[in-house]
Ligand binder design. Structure first.
Ligand code: THU
Length: 133
């Protein structure tokens, strides 16, 4: 898979992260079934609790435009190793992405690590859990 378009979009949107409290910039870009790309950055709030992560901003932008099927996700931070999405974002990704949804974590130094969504969240919340009696 050619990740360049998503990495460019995630790197660019990351620069617009609103993160005066943490100083931690995150950019995410998502491609959907027809190839449209949606990007999002983290947007913080002074309560801290109202902060929304980059991955959810990108996902909700796609859904708001009528794109409910995610095909690939890139996340760009400046950590080494590159940071994965938080648990809340992974849960949201399971709503619109298959378990094999490819997620590429990257940093500004060029490190890249690819996972499938199921690697990062093997047991998402399910309305019909396999554990029921
Ligand atoms: N953040 C994200 O944007 N994505 C994640 O998956 C984890 C955390 C943001 C939220 C906050 O603005 C900053 O990173 C520090 O937690």
């Amino acid at each position: 898979m050619d990740w360049n378009e998503l990495l460019d979009a995630a790197t660019e949107v990351r620069q617009r992260a609103y993160c005066p409290y943490s100083g931690f910039q995150v950019g995410s870009a998502i491609s959907t079934a027809d190839g449209t790309v949606f990007a999002g950055c983290n947007v913080e709030h002074r309560t801290f609790g109202l902060t929304v992560c980059a991955e959810r901003v990108a996902t909700f932008s796609a859904v708001a435009r009528g794109h409910r099927g995610l095909e690939a996700v890139a996340v760009v931070t400046d950590t080494s190793p590159p940071s994965p999405p938080c648990g809340q974002c992974l849960e949201v990704l399971t709503e619109f992405g298959r378990p094999d949804l490819p997620i590429l974590l990257a940093n500004l130094a060029g490190e890249r690590v690819e996972y499938a969504l199921r690697d990062l969240l093997p047991h998402p919340f399910d309305l019909e859990p396999p554990f029921k009696r």
